[in-house]
Design a protein around this ligand. Structure first.
Ligand code: SAH
Length: 269
């Protein structure tokens, strides 16, 4: 593969070159002629060109690197259904209202901000959100943390936040040899579908962030002290929740954290 210029580490530029993997990723998206596809960080358009060939209604490709945007504009100049936006996905998530239907979001994410990007898709004000499925590639270790169950060392804030509003599915690992430049570690493809029923409805998702931040501030210690700090030693709130205060943070289930966050929100109203 020919580069316009040296890939930028700061933008997490590792380009996917393996066609088999690209096809496997696309299958997860189930794209049809009614789909709107959003691609985060299209790079040289290796995945984008396969998406286009499936003829979706629209593709919105969001790329931060200006020179790559010029390259993509040239590469796809004959297609009417693609819009290439030169922007930072994180600032776009704060500002832009996406209001299409049947939205599939793909991203071979820049690794340095991959969890921030995922969080921005979880912490939206409106739920169910405007997208139908997210198909994101992460470093394997990060993917393991996202999909971790309680009582494991990978389990933590990331698993709890993701599982709150999203159905997480692990698809397959991708060898580092499928990228140029070759990263140090392998990747994993995950997909996420918004949960709609049986949700713990918080008014402000920041409350769950807060609760998990405080309770996970020391993984090895019992939650006792931090728990009391969180509830300002409010005995009835603590009793209502009926939680074993000598547990370690990783021993509480996701649902327990959601209940704690609901109670916390009630008190801070
Ligand atoms: N999808 C491509 C490229 C993946 S590398 C492929 O698989 O070949 C990650 C891409 O994300 C790079 O093109 C990088 O420039 C872009 N990027 C990095 N930070 C970004 C941000 N904040 N917003 C949008 N794109 C970003």
């Amino acid at each position: 593969m020919k580069f316009l210029k040296k890939p930028k580490k700061s933008l997490g530029q590792n380009f996917l070159i393996d066609k088999n993997i690209i096809n496997k990723i696309l299958k997860v998206g189930n794209i049809n002629k009614n789909s709107t596809v959003i691609e985060i960080g299209p790079g040289y358009g290796n995945l984008t060109e396969h998406i286009i060939s499936m003829n979706p209604k629209k593709i919105i490709a969001i790329e931060k690197d200006k020179e790559l945007v010029s390259f993509l504009n040239e590469k796809f100049k004959n297609y009417k259904n693609i819009q290439i936006i030169n922007s930072d996905i994180l600032s776009l998530m704060r500002k832009k209202k996406f209001n299409s239907k049947n939205v599939v979001v793909f991203g071979n994410l820049p690794y340095n901000i991959s969890t921030k990007i995922l969080a921005s898709f979880i912490m939206l004000d409106k739920w169910p959100p405007w997208y139908e499925i997210l198909i994101f590639m992460f470093q394997k270790e990060v993917a393991d943390r996202i999909s971790a169950k309680s009582h494991t060392k990978e389990y933590g804030r990331l698993s709890i936040l993701s599982n709150w509003r999203l159905e997480i599915k692990k698809h397959f690992d991708i060898s580092k040899n499928c990228f140029v430049p070759k990263p140090k570690i392998n990747s994993t493809l995950l997909s996420f579908k918004p949960k709609i029923n049986k949700l713990f409805n918080l008014k402000n998702s920041k409350n769950l962030e807060m609760v998990t931040r405080v309770l996970f501030s020391n993984r090895r210690k019992m939650i006792n002290k931090n728990f009391k700090k969180l509830f300002l030693n409010n005995k009835s709130a603590i009793q209502n929740l009926n939680i074993n205060l000598s547990a370690r943070p990783e021993e509480l289930s996701c649902e327990t954290y959601y209940k704690i966050a609901m109670q916390y929100e009630k008190l801070s109203d």
